[in-house]
Design a protein around this ligand. Structure first.
Ligand SMILES: *[C@@H]1O[C@H](CO)[C@@H](O)[C@H](O)[C@H]1NC(C)=O
Ligand SMILES: *[C@@H]1O[C@H](CO)[C@@H](O)[C@H](O)[C@H]1NC(C)=O
Ligand SMILES: *[C@@H]1O[C@H](CO)[C@@H](O)[C@H](O)[C@H]1NC(C)=O
Length: 408
């Protein structure tokens, strides 16, 4: 999990965020700006023509997912995403966020026999599901951690809304709390690339066979993998080994050995300011070369790099237990303590900020009023907006489109 990876942040920040203000803080000449009105969301204001405008849907009530933006749809990139951007045209724009209800569902938790041991498994098979998606945690993660993480919950809701089944389990090293291959980390075993000698590949197969046997699903239904960090890398080898319909990686470049020969379509969702020592800017660049390698071999592949995005006052009210008032108070704590730049981009990741918040309760009373769940949520949101090495829910619809349609 990302709490392990800190550091080298101020450098990246200095090179990227500080100068935005010099461009856009000066008052544009009259006639060179226009108005954005966001209905059911945030980002309304006056913008200079040519600026990148950021818009966000209102927080989603329980049992709803974001649906689409209506209005100036043609201006929006990835128009199905709740957080979106467009280049300000020379005219005023009104956009409306629409949400849609989903049939309430809950994951079933069960211990199911893998190759050697009982595995923690969470799953949901919607009636008539069109695919099964294995969601894969990162280094140090777990099945329980994944299914209780806000951004993953959004992804699961979006998958269910798109009629996909979900299966979440965990690496054998996590289940056993043992570093089986002595690489210093608890995570998925990517090698050997073999379903009989590699217990992690074997476990996925064992679970699948159990679900087949129980009649929850069947072999005609395509399988997919989508993972974060080490789970993203594992997604590349897993989807290759079992000829899944497609695979997706968040914040991991995966393995060249795989992309040299795989025919499985693969999407990379990287983070622009990734600061993990095994990914980082180098990993982002390598992922792009693997994307190009697949494409040059005639295999469908997509590459996205999630950029940082500004903090807005209502952001933390995405969690239902945080009100807009409380969210705004926390936003003001960040602002007043100089953690936001002139355009409200966050200047540091939660690894450095959280200890400061805790150590200074009089400066950060709102943060210190949050309980454990809320603290994890707000620090996760900070990292998502920073675009560091963290799972994010800014590209859910884009990833689901890739599962459904690959490069079409
Ligand atoms: C930021 O602006 C300053 C002054 O305008 C300039 O000296 C510096 O090179 C700029 N930095 C970047 C990263 O563009
Ligand atoms: C992938 O293929 C390239 C070109 O054939 C080769 O140079 C490289 O060693 C291969 N990498 C792996 C890990 O198989
Ligand atoms: C935190 O507070 C919220 C709202 O009061 C509550 O729903 C949640 O269960 C609490 N979490 C913990 C870990 O106490």
């Amino acid at each position: 999990m990302k709490r392990l990876f800190f550091a080298v942040i101020s450098l990246i920040f200095a090179a990227t965020a500080c100068n935005k203000s010099s461009n856009s803080q000066s008052n544009p000449p009259a006639g060179d700006s226009a108005t954005v009105t966001v209905v059911n969301g945030y980002g309304s204001g006056t913008y200079k023509v040519g600026d990148t405008v950021q818009i966000w849907s209102n927080a989603l009530p329980a049992n709803t997912v974001f649906d689409v933006w209506t209005g100036y749809n043609n201006l929006l990139q990835n128009s199905g995403e709740w957080h979106n951007t467009f280049i300000m045209p020379a005219q005023s724009v009104t956009v409306t966020a629409t949400q849609k209800a989903i049939t309430p569902y809950s994951l079933t938790y069960e211990k199911i026999k893998g190759v050697n041991i009982l595995k923690n498994v969470y799953y949901y098979f919607p009636t008539g599901h069109k695919g099964i998606v294995y969601l894969l945690h990162g280094t140090g993660g777990s099945a329980n951690n994944l299914v209780t993480t806000f951004a993953w919950i959004q992804m699961m809701n979006d998958l269910v809304a798109a009629n996909y089944a979900i299966v979440v389990t965990e690496a054998e090293e996590i289940s056993l709390n043992t570093d089986l291959n002595s690489d210093g980390k608890l995570r998925w075993l990517s090698t050997p690339l073999d379903s009989t000698s590699n217990v992690d590949y074997g476990n996925i197969k064992a679970l699948r066979d159990t679900f087949y046997k129980r009649g929850y699903t069947n072999a005609a239904i395509p399988q997919y993998s989508l993972g974060m960090s080490d789970g993203g890398a594992f997604s590349s080898s897993l989807s290759y080994l079992y000829h899944f319909k497609t695979g997706v990686s968040y914040c991991a470049q995966g393995y060249q050995l795989i992309f040299n020969s795989s025919t499985t379509p693969f999407q990379f969702c990287m983070a622009k300011y990734d600061n993990n020592d095994e990914v980082g800017a180098q990993g982002d660049a390598t992922a792009l070369t693997y994307n190009q390698l697949l494409t040059s071999r005639g295999i469908c592949s997509k590459y996205f790099s999630n950029d940082h995005s500004p903090v807005y006052p209502q952001r933390f009210a995405r969690l239902s237990s945080i009100s807009i008032t409380t969210s705004t108070a926390f936003f003001n704590e960040l602002k007043n303590n100089h953690w936001l730049d002139a355009k409200n981009y966050i200047k540091a990741t939660s690894d450095s900020l959280a200890p400061i918040f805790v150590a200074n309760p009089t400066l950060y009373p709102t943060y210190n009023s949050f309980n454990a769940t809320q603290r994890i949520f707000v620090t996760d949101q900070i990292d998502q907006m920073y675009a560091d090495h963290h799972f994010y829910d800014d590209l859910d619809k884009t990833s689901i489109h890739f599962l459904t349609s690959q490069c079409q």
